[in-house]
Design a protein around this ligand. Structure first.
Ligand code: BMA
Length: 398
């Protein structure tokens, strides 16, 4: 839990608030304040000072939950499983554990091309519907973007240098704005409770992930940290201030790293990031993986807590889960390796590719009959872990 100073006197509280805003504004005089007077992040809120009430509540509730529980997440959970495709209500995780995940991961790669479906063939209309349904059941949604290379039009693994071309003044900057428009339109179309008190679904937006690796065009060897930071800040400013999208939390998500310095090398600043995460598929393959992952989790949790941000393990998993005790003896053991490690807000397990339509042997969560199902149920029942059925109201103001 995060220690909070509680001020009970309302007048005093206002004064403290005003002084805090004045100090925060002074500190960022060059970068500007939000229309509410302070950079929202400096005032302890999300980077968007005009975030919707539900988005703000999600930010605070994720920070609050981190420390007692870890939400379990799964990529594309509602879209397909190892042996089914687009069956409404279906989920490999629920089939095995009796509850949906608490966090649903999605990817909008190919949205920028105007396609009907993403790079893994998930239809965008279905995706919108599933995101809204998950929210209405109380769960959390996060969206990543395997964006095509804006120079070549090839996929995100085409590492032709491109970041500098989409910055303001760059050759493909206008194209980039149009690409962001496709995302702004999607985020603004996620309307829940449409018949009644309609609200926009809050989304944890996780662009340009795994930049400490070099497999994507925005990766370490294909851009400078400074260009990366400029791209990030432009993206936030454009979506928030020009397009008026206010249902996003912004997640900075590296791949593996060896030090705090390396973790923060591309960090665009506290005013531009709500969540500090990392993707790690490598650690638990090593013999000392529990310690290695436990150590990285501790580093990110401490960095996030020092900044008032949300820590998370934004992607992980073991392809085909060869170790039947993976969930308890590896993953849960890493979360329990040290006190700090257990204070991440969520973990997201990668997707269960459909065997017939997509890729065989590319699944990361169990499906019925898988040898790790017993360990998964034990993991699901551990008091540290939260699935959808265990969630408190993540969208109520704390
Ligand atoms: C990768 C793999 C690919 C997939 C991509 C985007 O890790 O799962 O098959 O296309 O993510 O989801």
């Amino acid at each position: 839990m995060h220690p909070l100073i509680t001020i009970h006197d309302d007048t005093l509280r206002m004064k403290v608030h005003t002084i805090a805003i004045a100090l925060a504004c002074f500190a960022v005089l060059t970068s500007g304040c939000t229309s509410q007077g302070a950079p929202a992040a400096a005032a302890g809120g999300p980077v968007d000072g005009n975030a919707t009430a539900e988005t703000r509540a999600l930010f605070h509730n994720l920070r609050e939950v981190a420390g007692t529980h870890i939400l379990f997440g799964h990529q594309d959970d509602l879209a397909y499983g190892v042996d089914w495709w687009a069956e409404d209500g279906r989920s490999d995780v629920r089939d095995v554990a009796g509850s949906y995940p608490a966090v649903f991961g999605w990817d909008v790669g190919n949205l920028e091309r105007g396609d009907d479906a993403n790079l893994d063939n998930v239809n965008f209309d279905n995706m919108r519907r599933w995101i809204v349904e998950a929210y209405e059941r109380g769960a959390v949604n996060t969206i990543g973007w395997h964006m095509n290379n804006p120079v070549t039009g090839q996929n995100s693994w085409d590492t032709t240098r491109a970041v500098f071309t989409i910055l303001p003044g760059g050759e493909h900057h206008e194209t980039y704005r149009r690409w962001l428009d496709t995302f702004a339109d999607l985020a603004s179309s996620l309307v829940a409770h449409a018949d009644d008190d309609s609200t926009l679904v809050p989304i944890i937006f996780r662009p340009y992930h795994e930049m400490t690796g070099s497999w994507f065009w925005w990766g370490r060897d294909h851009t400078t940290p400074d260009e990366y930071r400029q791209l990030w800040r432009f993206t936030v400013d454009y979506l928030r201030d020009e397009r008026g999208v206010h249902n996003l939390l912004y997640a900075y998500s590296t791949d593996t790293f060896r030090s705090e310095e390396q973790y923060l090398e591309h960090y665009p600043g506290d005013d531009y990031v709500d969540l500090l995460g990392f993707d790690d598929y490598g650690a638990l393959r090593q013999d000392d993986g529990v310690e290695v992952l436990g150590g990285r989790l501790k580093m990110v949790v401490e960095l996030a807590e020092a900044r008032g941000k949300i820590p998370a393990l934004t992607e992980t998993g073991s392809e085909t889960i060869p170790d039947p005790n993976y969930w308890t003896d590896r993953l849960l053991a890493a979360f329990k390796h040290n006190d700090a490690a257990s204070r991440i807000a969520y973990v997201l397990i990668w997707r269960n590719a459909n065997v017939e339509r997509d890729r065989p042997d590319h699944f990361y969560a169990p499906h019925p009959g898988h040898p790790s199902a017993v360990s998964f149920v034990e993991f699901r029942n551990d008091p540290l872990m939260m699935f959808e059925d265990d969630l408190p109201d993540m969208y109520a103001a704390p």
